[in-house]
Design a protein around this ligand. Structure first.
Ligand code: CA2
Length: 141
């Protein structure tokens, strides 16, 4: 099984700023742990981050060739991006929307998601452990 974990803008700052919201774990730590778990689950994992909307769109389009599932933390693009929504709509595999925090209990502008209507499931509010939960849910589900 092939899984793509995609991270959107500012997620490269995880663990470096705002630890009261996002915790102390860095994206490099998450990536390492995800690769370790993927090895145990016999999953081929591609883990990426971009601050650019178009790059995320391109990677989602490329996932149409042979990637079974996308776990997507689109960051702030969650709340704005029709382009990412459209790219996901054209993707046939499973889609998990992921957030470190729980956007539903934050500012009103974070309570809108353009990803949720095209996602099979949403994991939010479990901190960075959510990445591992999402990976296991897809690989074992
Ligand atoms: O909770 C999440 O995972 C979010 O997707 C994180 C995004 C935010 O815009 C979403 O509403 C919820 C932010 C990415 C991380 O941004 C940081 C900014 C400063 C310091 C550390 C992280």
């Amino acid at each position: 099984m092939r899984i793509l974990i995609l991270n959107g803008p500012n997620l490269n700052l995880l663990g470096l700023r705002e630890p009261h919201i996002y915790g102390h774990t860095t994206l490099a730590d998450i990536r390492e742990e995800c690769h370790r778990v993927a090895g145990d689950l016999d999953v081929q994992l591609d883990f990426r981050q971009s601050n650019h909307e178009g790059e995320l769109v391109t990677w989602i389009q490329q996932a149409r060739n042979g990637t079974d599932a996308i776990i997507l933390n689109a960051g702030a693009y969650t709340h704005t991006s029709i382009a990412i929504h459209d790219a996901l709509k054209a993707y046939d595999g499973r889609i998990i929307e992921l957030h470190v925090s729980n956007p539903q209990r934050r500012e009103a502008f974070r309570q809108v998601s353009y990803i949720a209507p095209v996602a099979d499931a949403v994991i939010a509010g479990f901190g960075t452990d959510g990445y591992i939960s999402a990976l296991r849910a897809i690989a074992e589900g």
